[in-house]
Design a binder for this molecule. Structure first.
Ligand code: C2E
Ligand code: CA
Ligand code: CA
Length: 431
């Protein structure tokens, strides 16, 4: 095959890079080859504000800069995709290269484009793998993993693949491998944690939390499972499965004859799920088929997702019109916005655990949480204090007039049967 050059930068195009780099790797007998993947962040803003030609110029300049950094007889350079470059090399001083990436502003790369202050938007992130005796696929996988790590960090744009990353990668691959089977077999299930009235006597609703005990990795966090499902394109399958489990849960509650007949259950929906799925088309037909009133289902969303886009708001508004209560989760941290409380579709606001923790130790914290409670109530919203762990936190929340509470202090998440049995045994929790 003739080597194909990327028309924009003149570097090898992806497929050709794979062929040339594989040959080169086979022919080298040096102690170790290194592979870096370089990602250019901020291009979309430049494209939108300055036009595509400016974005193209930046890519050409980065390619030129890379070409000047690596000896062509001891390296293979390629353009990986839109904003990523890849270099397989030997005998270059890696520390020096990484240091230059740290310093890499547009100026030091020597870009010709006159971007003015927009230049500050551009950042390079690098993932490096310098492990011994690997084939090209592994070098790429590992460098890519390091690149992901660097993308998560605002302060460290370059990451080297290391043992800890390797362990995390193996774990993730293990989780991904068994995911489909776990959904199918029902090994991925739900535990339930009650939300109580402020006096702790009455269960107002339940929150469904994903649980999976992986056969080799042990308990996996819900975030890990949702993330794996998204990466594997199984987000909707997982959501359907969780919804089906919630429906089973709601039927069991109704049949339990323990006073749970009208208690709603909340499911968590992640930012990506809201962004990428037509949530209403997933939820409503299932509820209808199962004969469950929409009022018995609630959806908890993190603020980040709700703020994401107008289309998300439209979706949530439609769900709310159908009778599904929408709760804003983790309020007060991260992407917090007061404007969110003004959205028509919001029915409940859950004050994040971080604000509840150590409530008894800080006057300022109490003032802040008290104000959120008052504000939420003034707007006609249900307000929940979540993650209440101690009697002190609980008593302070009560004294601030928090109408609903949730947390280990009152009840930990548990399988539904245990929860029902507990309520039957003690008669507590339902008023
Ligand atoms: P979240 O929605 O904020 O759920 C509360 C988390 O805090 C749960 O962790 C719960 O077990 C834990 N928790 C409850 N009370 C206390 C307490 O008093 N102290 C402490 N330290 N923690 C408490 P979990 O089950 O590990 O879930 C973590 C996150 O994963 C959830 O945070 C939610 O965002 C997400 N998640 C859980 N289930 C699902 C799901 O089915 N789908 C999606 N997309 N996300 C889910
Ligand atoms: Ca939640
Ligand atoms: Ca939360």
């Amino acid at each position: 095959m003739n080597n194909v050059q990327d028309p924009l930068t003149g570097l090898l195009a992806r497929q050709s890079f794979m062929v040339v780099a594989s040959d080169w790797l086979r022919s080298q007998r040096g102690p170790r080859q290194r592979l870096v993947i370089i990602e250019v962040f901020g291009l979309s803003i430049i494209n939108e504000t300055q036009g595509l030609a400016s974005g193209d110029q930046i890519l050409r300049d980065v390619a030129f800069w890379l070409g000047s950094r690596f000896d062509p007889t001891q390296s293979v350079l390629g353009r990986w995709d839109g904003n990523k470059f890849v270099v397989l090399y030997e005998a270059c001083d890696t520390e020096c290269f990484l240091a230059s990436v740290h310093r890499a502003s547009l100026g030091s790369i020597g870009l010709a484009t006159d971007l003015g202050r927009q230049a500050e938007m551009i950042r390079l992130h690098v993932g490096l793998c310098d492990c011994r005796s690997l084939d090209l696929d592994d070098l790429l996988t590992f460098a890519n993993e390091a690149l992901h790590e660097s993308g998560r960090s605002a302060t460290a744009p370059a990451y080297r693949f290391d043992e800890a990353m390797h362990r995390r990668l193996l774990r993730r691959q293990d989780v991904e491998k068994d995911l489909a089977c776990a959904i199918e077999s029902g090994a991925i299930g739900l535990w339930y944690q009650p939300i109580f009235s402020g006096d702790g006597r009455r269960i107002q609703s339940l929150e469904a939390l994903l649980r999976w005990h992986h056969p080799r990795q042990g308990w996996t966090s819900p975030e890990e499972v949702v993330h794996a499902a998204t990466l594997m394109g199984m987000g909707e399958t997982l959501l359907q499965h969780i919804l089906q489990e919630v429906c089973h849960g709601l039927h069991s509650l109704s049949q339990a004859d323990a006073g749970f007949d009208s208690v709603p259950v909340a499911m968590n929906v992640s930012p990506r799920e809201i962004g990428s799925l037509a949530l209403r088309d997933v939820l409503l037909p299932t509820l209808r088929r199962e004969g469950i009133a929409p009022e018995r289902l609630r959806v908890e969303i993190t603020e980040e997702s709700a703020l994401d886009s107008p289309s998300t708001s439209v979706q949530l508004e439609a769900l709310s019109d159908d009778g599904i209560g929408i709760a804003v989760d983790d309020f007060g941290t991260g992407y917090s916005s007061l404007a969110m409380l003004d959205a028509k579709y919001v029915r409940q606001v859950k004050i994040d655990r971080l604000l509840i923790a150590d409530l008894h130790k800080s006057d300022r914290r109490r003032l802040l949480v008290g104000s959120i409670i008052n504000l939420g109530q003034a707007l006609g919203l249900e307000v929940v204090g979540e993650g209440v762990e101690t009697v002190e936190e609980y008593e302070h929340l009560r004294s601030l007039g928090c109408p609903l509470v949730q947390g280990y202090y009152l009840a930990r998440p548990s399988p539904l049967e245990s929860l029902i049995a507990q309520v039957r045994r003690t008669g507590a929790g339902l008023g």
